[in-house]
Design a protein around this ligand. Structure first.
Ligand SMILES: [Zn+2]
Length: 290
C-alpha cells in the first residue's frame, strides 16, 4: 500500500522594521532585557489607540508580489480573541476576513522536478509576548512563570500555503526557498533559530482507496532540519494508524526537540473559538495602484 502525503504550511515571518506594527517601540527585541521595549499601546492600556506602521504594509506587499499574489487594494484588520498571560489586550490584531495578499505561488525545485506550490494568502498581524518558566520549558512543573511583553506588537506576516507539498523533504526545501525569498527582499532575517521565521505544518495522508485521514497540525517547529524530522515522524505515525485500520485523531501536536517526536497538545479547536471581528480602532487598509 502506498499512501500519499499532503502537507500545507503556515509560516510566520517577523518583519525587520525599525518600530512595531502599531506603536513606536523598537521592533528588534531579541536580545533585550524583558519589558524594556513596551509602551501603553503594545501593552493594551485602556484608552490607547493603534496606529499602523506604513513600512509593515510596504514589506507585506513586497512579499506578496515576490510570491506572485494578488495584492488586495482593500484589506481589513480583525481581532483574534483569546486569553493568555502574554497577551495583555486579550486579542491579537490580524487580518482574517480580508488579507492584504492572496492566490500566489512559488516554484519549488526538488532534484529534476519543478512544481508550483500555491500561496493561499498572506496577512499582516502582530506578535504576542512570551512566558519564561522557571526551571523548565513549560508551565507544568515550573515553580514560577514570568511574562516578557517586549514581543507584543512586533510585526509579522503569516504566509499560508495550499496543501501542495508531497513529502517532509519538500516541506523543508520550501521553507528554505521562503527564507531565501524574504531575505532577498530584506523584509525578514529568515532566522528560524531566533524565531524570526516560525512554521506550523498541517499533514494528512490519503490511502490507495482515496480515503483521507484527518489533518494533524504540528506546532513548535523551530529549525529547517526539524521541519523535515517532525513531518517524517508524523508521516510514519499516520501511516501506521491507517495500515492498522484505525482513525487518525484530528488534533494539534507539538514537536519536542529533546525526544525527537511529536506529542498531542489538544484536540483541534475550531476557528470560531477566536470570535474574530473587525478591529474597530483601525480603518480599512486601502492601497493605491502606485
Ligand atoms: Zn509599544
Amino acid at each position: 500500500m502506498m499512501n500519499k502525503t499532503v502537507i500545507g504550511l503556515e509560516i510566520h515571518a517577523q518583519l525587520i522594521t525599525e518600530t512595531k506594527a502599531f506603536c513606536s517601540c523598537r521592533a528588534d527585541v531579541f536580545d533585550l532585557e524583558p519589558n524594556t521595549a513596551i509602551c501603553p499601546v503594545c501593552t493594551g492600556q485602556p484608552g490607547t489607540l493603534p496606529v499602523l506602521n506604513k513600512r509593515v504594509v510596504e514589506f507585506a506587499i513586497m512579499a506578496g508580489l515576490a510570491m506572485n499574489c494578488t495584492i488586495n487594494k482593500r484589506s481589513v484588520f480583525d481581532r483574534k480573541n483569546y486569553f493568555y498571560p502574554d497577551l495583555p489586550k486579550g486579542y491579537q490584531i490580524t487580518q482574517y476576513f480580508f488579507p492584504i495578499a492572496e492566490n500566489g505561488f512559488l516554484y519549488l525545485e526538488n532534484g529534476d522536478e519543478k512544481r508550483k506550490i500555491g500561496i493561499r494568502r498572506i496577512h499582516i498581524e502582530e506578535d504576542a509576548g512570551k512566558m519564561i518558566h522557571q526551571g523548565t520549558d513549560s508551565i507544568t512543573g515550573s515553580s514560577g512563570s514570568y511574562v516578557d511583553l517586549n514581543r507584543c506588537g512586533v510585526p509579522l506576516i503569516e504566509i499560508v500555503t495550499e496543501p501542495d507539498l508531497r513529502s517532509p523533504a519538500e516541506a523543508r526545501i520550501f521553507m528554505e526557498l521562503l527564507r531565501d525569498t524574504v531575505r532577498a527582499l530584506g523584509v525578514c532575517s529568515g532566522d528560524m533559530e531566533k524565531g524570526a521565521l516560525r512554521c506550523d505544518a498541517n499533514i494528512s495522508m490519503v490511502d490507495d482507496s482515496g480515503r483521507s485521514s484527518n489533518r494533524v497540525e504540528v506546532k513548535n517547529i523551530n529549525s529547517f532540519k526539524f521541519v523535515e524530522k517532525a513531518l517524517e515522524f508524523e508521516q510514519e505515525r499516520i501511516s501506521r494508524i491507517l495500515s492498522s485500520g484505525g482513525d487518525v485523531a484530528k488534533e494539534t501536536r507539538s514537536w519536542s526537540f529533546s525526544s525527537k517526536e511529536t506529542f498531542s497538545m489538544r484536540s483541534k479547536e475550531e476557528e470560531n473559538d477566536y470570535r474574530y471581528f473587525p478591529e474597530p480602532d483601525l480603518p480599512e487598509l486601502i492601497v493605491s495602484e502606485d
